[in-house]
Design a protein around this ligand. Structure first.
Ligand code: HEM
Length: 425
């Protein structure tokens, strides 16, 4: 039910790389070693394909796009979509992101302890939605899309965790119900695309960029391809960020000294009246806090690949078809690489200290399949943390952070108290 203590016990008992035999998935090798992880994701990535978990099972519900495809099709799509996520392009999106964050932060209630995850989830969904379809979808449509995407994500986890119940889900109509939701979400996105194709206006959002993106032969994506990629961006981009914002704010509320430094930095930068982009670049300590939170609580806590040829890595021989899982959660807490690994120390990510630790830090993956939204996510999180601490004092009720490692690492039952700062009362 919770693989993290199981992984931890075996890593501690037998070493940083070990194999288990699963009745459903065959041999699985697990690692928390940086060089084995880099070998699979970067050095010899051509031999390592995404496993069925990330391709077949996920794509059944969220479509065949960047996250779920492999080989030549993936490369073609990555080359096409990458420019939309280059820093200069994300810079243009910053104002959309800032407005979406502003309206969400405005709705936070100064009202005792509240469930933090649901607030961050709304915020992160809204940011992706507005960045994709800036003002081109009705509020009710977005609410329905959010409902569907979250239902699908829950069901995917159920199917993966309890594979022996597949036949039961088929018989009791669960699979049918969720496939209908998939169709509904595709229709919703198709409508937005069609409207946009007919519109003469420039929207300067991701959808505009995706519609204009051209393959080498000058052709562009079909509606079906666009729908798949858009659904993937929703899935990959909102829950991960919501989890990380929740962990970050909780960590800040628990570490008063750190929170004070963030508040001081945010206050000083705000007085300089910078543009949102300049503000992000100046909030270096706030950025370090988010990086440290991503180390302790990486939303993509594990990633996996299957080798399509026999391979050797360090002293291990991996027979073709082995599932290799890299636990980013354990790698980020491996004492071999991190001093006081369990402690929250944002200073690790200061300009001077950073270069020594980067080889062991992979919250966004590594190699050619590195998260395409990493800059987007970091910009969004810096702006969100800054907007929140500018307006509110935050505090929490308990020290312990509970986690649930599903497809992403989810925070459990995090409550925070938001109290309006003097000038906003
Ligand atoms: C804190 C937030 C985020 C984290 C921790 C995160 C983490 C990751 C990781 C680890 C991967 C690589 C998975 C693998 O190699 O198996 C990945 C891939 C991906 N991410 Fe993110 N992500 C975040 C936010 C976003 C956002 C905001 C977007 C888009 C708006 C996004 C879109 C994607 C896509 C499309 C891929 C697949 C890339 C490919 O295979 O070419 N992510 N993400």
């Amino acid at each position: 039910k919770n693989p993290i203590p199981f992984h931890n016990k075996w890593f501690n008992d037998v070493g940083d790389t070990f194999a288990i035999k699963s009745p459903f998935y065959g041999y699985i090798v697990l690692t928390r070693d940086a060089s084995v992880t880099k070998h699979m994701l970067q050095k010899n990535h051509k031999v390592y394909y995404k496993s069925k978990i990330q391709t077949t099972y996920l794509s059944k519900y969220v479509g065949y796009g960047l996250l779920t495809s492999s080989g030549d099709y993936w490369l073609k799509q990555r080359r096409l979509i990458q420019p939309a996520f280059h820093k200069e392009k994300i810079n243009n999106l910053v104002s959309i992101i800032e407005v979406a964050i502003g309206s969400n932060v405005k709705n936070i209630k100064d009202d005792g302890l509240v469930d933090l995850y649901s607030i961050m989830n709304e915020l992160a969904f809204d940011v992706v939605a507005k960045s994709l379809f800036n003002f081109s979808a009705e509020k009710d449509t977005l609410i329905r899309l959010q409902f569907i995407i979250e239902k699908l994500q829950l069901f995917i986890v159920k199917e993966l965790r309890l594979p022996y119940k597949k036949l039961w889900y088929k018989l009791n109509g669960d699979i049918n119900y969720h496939m209908k939701l998939v169709k509904e979400s595709q229709d919703i996105i198709n409508n937005v695309i069609e409207k946009r194709r007919q519109s003469k206006k420039e929207h300067d959002d991701l959808l505009d960029m995706l519609l204009k993106a051209e393959y080498e032969d000058g052709s562009t994506m079909t509606n079906k391809q666009l729908i798949d990629e858009i659904l993937i961006l929703f899935v990959a981009g909102h829950e991960t960020t919501a989890n990380s914002l929740t962990f970050t704010l909780k960590l800040l509320a628990e570490h008063e000294n750190v929170l004070n430094k963030v508040e001081a930095e945010v206050k000083e930068i705000a007085s300089n009246k910078l543009s949102a982009l300049e503000e992000i670049k100046s909030l270096t300590y706030t950025m370090s806090c988010i990086e440290e939170s991503l180390r302790l609580y990486p939303p993509a806590w594990i990633t996996d690949r299957v080798n399509i040829e026999d391979d050797k890595v360090d002293d291990y021989f991996l027979k073709k078809g082995t599932i290799l899982g890299a636990s980013i959660y354990e790698l980020h807490r491996n004492e071999k690489y991190w001093k006081h690994a369990e402690a929250f120390k944002p200073e690790r990510f200061s300009k001077e200290n950073k270069k020594d630790i980067m080889p062991y830090y992979m919250p966004f993956g590594a190699g050619p399949r590195l998260c395409i939204g990493n800059n987007f996510a970091m910009y969004e999180m810096v702006l969100a943390v800054s907007a929140i601490v500018k307006k509110f004092n935050i505090s929490s009720d308990s020290k312990k952070i509970k986690i649930n490692p599903l497809i992403t690492l989810k925070p459990v039952d995090v409550k925070l108290k938001f109290t309006l700062k003097g000038h906003d009362k």
